[in-house]
Design a protein around this ligand. Structure first.
Ligand code: N2P
Length: 383
């Protein structure tokens, strides 16, 4: 896939189209100061701040989308990344201010809401809100989308090396391939990676044991911890940041616990026109597991609320949403974006799973006080 070229083409189109349409509500205001926006709306839209600070997961946006926003609206984006929901939470809880826009997953939105870390939004202030598929309206973790808009969604499964002699005979469509020492003995010498992500790894072990990924019973959580501790010596790495680029594509491992889009990135990055195939396949374990939706929210501490809201509306533009999915290979909740998403992505069941597969998976939910048990298990796992 000529990924870069297509991204550039889509962006050029996005710029042309939004110039014609006048873009999302708002326009540049080079007279704004650095510390905040006025929040005042005019016919031309809100006065935009000179800067906006955006804090996102690693490798989770096409940088061209950021550059196009800066150029079109004259707002400088201060862009920084994190590796997990827990890292994001820890950063905000440690009192970090200055971040305006963040991208927590479903269960973390819920946790952050309870901690008062998110600003309210009203989707009727977003002219592009109607682009979002109604299935993503009013999610249980954020009633009426009162704080966040959906960004990208996906599944968690197992990515494995096509052509590996062991996997030619054994499709790793079970969590056994990540957790069962007898199975790991067969191939782990060639490298296995586990996601360095507390809820995801515990969720996988819980699904393997036949429990909900949102289990709160201490005894069951301890069982999951023990499954992980028993498999850990067979794992080469704990990486959820850049494992597609640093471990899969260069053949540093043969199997990884992974997110759907990273699997597709590894596939297309190794795609060979001659064989019409890539090196990495993705399987969703039969026992089930996690599906997730990541969201875009404004921090309660943001002093540039109107600019942040303007940026959220920009991310909802069909061509912008599509450019993000064409880069990340994650599914888009934006229906209007589909016209601009590459057919290979729309038709990939690893990215847009069948209803039957979708139904086998669970959303991660806020587990309330049981999160302290998860923290305790995680400390033992990482120790
Ligand atoms: C992308 C991270 C995907 C987030 N690097 C999974 N929730």
């Amino acid at each position: 896939m000529k990924r870069l070229l297509i991204v550039l083409l889509v962006l050029t189109l996005a710029l042309v189209l939004s110039a014609c349409a006048g873009g999302p509500a708002g326009g540049p205001d080079s007279s704004s100061n650095d510390t905040g926006d006025t929040g005042a709306s005019t016919n031309a839209g809100p006065q935009l701040a000179a800067q906006l600070s955006v804090y996102n997961w690693d490798d989770y946006i096409d940088e061209g989308v950021l550059a196009a926003y800066e150029e079109q609206y004259g707002v400088e984006l201060i862009y920084d990344t994190y590796a997990s929901n827990e890292d994001l939470l820890a950063k905000l809880q440690a009192g970090a201010t200055g971040y305006d826009v963040i991208f927590p997953s479903d269960y973390m939105v819920n946790q952050m809401l309870e901690l008062g870390l998110l600003a309210e939004i009203n989707t009727s202030d977003l002219s592009n809100w109607s682009n979002i598929n109604p299935a993503f309206h009013n999610p249980p973790f954020d009633p009426n989308n009162g704080h966040c808009i959906p960004y990208q969604w996906g599944t968690t499964g197992i990515t494995y090396r096509a052509g590996d002699p062991y996997f030619e005979e054994n499709t790793p469509d079970s969590w056994r391939y990540l957790f069962d020492p007898a199975v790991l003995e067969q191939y782990s010498g060639r490298g296995v990676n586990a996601l360095n992500d507390q809820r995801e790894l515990m969720g996988a072990a819980l699904a393997y044991l036949g429990y909900s990924v949102n289990e709160t019973d201490r005894a069951h959580l301890e069982e999951a911890r023990d499954i992980i501790l028993q498999a850990k010596p067979y794992w080469k790495t704990f990486n959820s940041e850049d494992y597609d680029d640093s471990l899969l594509i260069p053949d540093e491992v043969v199997l990884s616990h992974s997110w759907s889009g990273d699997a597709a990135n590894a596939y297309w990055s190794t795609y060979d026109d001659a064989t019409e195939d890539g090196n990495w396949y993705y399987a969703i374990p039969q026992e089930g597991g996690v599906r997730w939706v990541d969201n875009v929210c404004i921090t309660a501490s943001s002093e540039r609320y109107a600019t942040a809201l303007h940026f959220l509306n920009y991310l909802l533009e069909p061509e912008v949403s599509a450019a993000i999915t064409n880069f990340t290979y994650y599914a888009s909740p934006n229906d209007a974006a589909k016209a601009f998403i590459e057919a290979d992505i729309l038709n990939d069941p690893g990215i847009y799973p069948s209803q039957a597969v979708f139904d086998k998976l669970e959303w991660l939910r806020d587990v309330g006080d049981a999160i302290f048990i998860y923290d305790e298990m995680w400390t033992a796992i990482k120790g």
